[in-house]
Design a binder for this molecule. Structure first.
Ligand SMILES: CC(C)(COP(=O)(O)OP(=O)(O)OC[C@H]1O[C@@H](n2cnc3c(N)ncnc32)[C@H](O)[C@@H]1OP(=O)(O)O)[C@@H](O)C(=O)NCCC(=O)NCCS
Length: 183
């Protein structure tokens, strides 16, 4: 397929992920070229991811990128635990369908998530793990203000070998404050 033509003629719509998108998101996460960068296992049934993507997470932001009625990207900022003292933190998940990678879809999704975090949800820290060999993801994160915080040895098994991961985080560039006017 001519992806350049496809990208030109089909604008990308970014919108909230709805429970009825769950099957298509679950399939996207399992695609070759996508699953490797995440922590998905090849040949896991899509149904194993279905329930998670049908759930509404009240303190999360979940988005999809849609082109020509197809879900071509999925992204989220998630609360990792119930602790009140970590309510200013969200963990990032992001993926784009293999044939759409390198065309700006990931940047569009991340831009929208960071707008939600910065301006609507009071998030001060967005954190993530990325495999050390994932150059494209790291380039995107660095360009959006994420800094490297550490290297985790043998973080996960990937195609027969243990790979390190890098933890990265982005702090709110200008946390909102309450202005109290005198009088
Ligand atoms: C990582 C991922 C989400 C990025 O989304 P994307 O739509 O492919 O990325 P974009 O096109 O928006 O932007 C990538 C940026 O990295 C740059 N880039 C692209 N390929 C690159 C490469 N091989 N090496 C370094 N930088 C690269 C691009 O130039 C672009 O920057 P620019 O906008 O300044 O030109 C996507 O490739 C993906 O889903 N990969 C598989 C799953 C995955 O690894 N998810 C991340 C887990 S942490």
């Amino acid at each position: 397929m001519d992806t350049a033509h496809k990208a030109d003629s089909n604008p990308i719509l970014i919108r909230s992920a709805e429970p009825e998108d769950a099957a298509r998101i679950a399939a996207l996460l399992g695609q070759p070229g996508v699953a490797e960068g995440l922590l998905q296992t090849p040949d896991a049934p899509n149904a194993s991811r279905l329930e998670y993507h049908q759930k509404i997470e009240p303190h999360a932001c979940r988005l999809v990128a849609v082109a020509d009625d197809e879900i071509v990207g999925s992204a989220g900022l998630h609360v990792m635990g119930p602790g009140l003292r970590r309510m200013h933190v969200r963990t990032l998940g992001l993926c784009v369908a293999a044939e759409w990678q390198g065309r700006g879809v990931g940047r569009k999704l991340l831009t929208r998530l960071l707008d939600w975090a910065d301006n609507w949800a009071g998030v001060l820290r967005v954190e993530l793990h990325v495999h050390v060999d994932n150059d494209r993801a790291m380039a995107l994160y660095r360009s959006m203000g994420f800094l490297e915080e550490g290297r985790h040895k043998a973080f996960s098994l990937k195609n027969g070998r243990y790979v390190d991961s890098i933890s990265m985080a982005r702090m709110h560039p200008q946390p909102p404050s309450i202005k109290i006017s005198a009088g």
